[in-house]
Design a protein around this ligand. Structure first.
Ligand code: GRF
Length: 213
């Protein structure tokens, strides 16, 4: 069973969809860790599902983002996590973190990247942009990039007359909740491409802390 670690910062609807998908809904994985950068409703969802490792990695506790990320990566590796999922995680992961899980981090973004990347207001921006559609992208998180890693899945969501940010967001989120679990299962089955420029990583590297941790 593939061991999943989920990073969250907010509402946790994608976490809920992933947990449901792992409970017989098409993902052959188990959420073994839910880590957050602050207290947030997603943690309550994790508690309700009995996830074994649930932890907040606050910046104040760790001093700076790089130290926080080192501690998070070590916790994920101790938990034997194979695949890291950014499900509404609102911080940029340090390159050190990303390199430790190279090819093993997926993010969900609420737009058709590269459109409306690098912003927390992608849905509102797409609505204001006046186009006929927006959508959802699942991509690898890669070093030195923000919302620009190798894309592994996309789905369009039409923008219809009379849409508000709320009505559009509802359809975008429903699409996320279908597409993200599908992409996770595709990763588990080895059906996703490797990120561009990445050396193949031996599977047994996962879950092993670096020396000294
Ligand atoms: C989602 O729209 C996701 O695409 C973006 O942040 C939002 C998180 O929502 N990165 P939730 O916390 O999963 O409900």
């Amino acid at each position: 069973m593939t061991r999943l670690g989920v990073l969250v910062s907010g509402r946790g609807s994608n976490l809920g969809a992933i947990l449901a998908a792992c409970g017989g809904g098409g993902v052959d994985g188990e959420v073994v860790a839910v880590l957050a950068n602050r207290e947030c409703p997603a943690l309550e969802i994790a508690r309700q599902h009995g996830v074994s490792l649930i932890r907040v990695f606050g910046l104040a506790e760790h001093g700076d983002a790089a130290a926080r990320d080192r501690a998070m990566a070590a916790a994920l590796q101790r938990a034997g996590v194979d695949l890291v999922l950014c499900a509404g995680y609102d911080r940029i992961l340090s390159d050190d973190f990303v390199r430790r899980f190279d090819g093993r981090i997926l993010n969900v973004h609420p737009s058709l990247l590269p459109a409306y990347g690098g912003t927390m207001t992608a849905i509102a921006d797409a609505l204001a942009g006046g186009g006929a559609e927006t959508g959802v992208t699942i991509h690898y998180v890669e070093p030195d990039t923000v919302d620009a890693g190798t894309i592994v899945a996309q789905a369009a969501v039409p923008i219809v007359p009379g849409d508000t940010v709320e009505s559009l967001a509802e359809r975008v989120h429903a699409t996320e909740h279908r597409l993200f679990p599908e992409a996770i299962q595709a990763w588990i089955e080895g059906r996703l491409p490797q990120p561009a420029g990445m050396a193949p990583v031996p599977r047994e590297r996962a879950g092993k802390p670096e020396d000294g941790e």
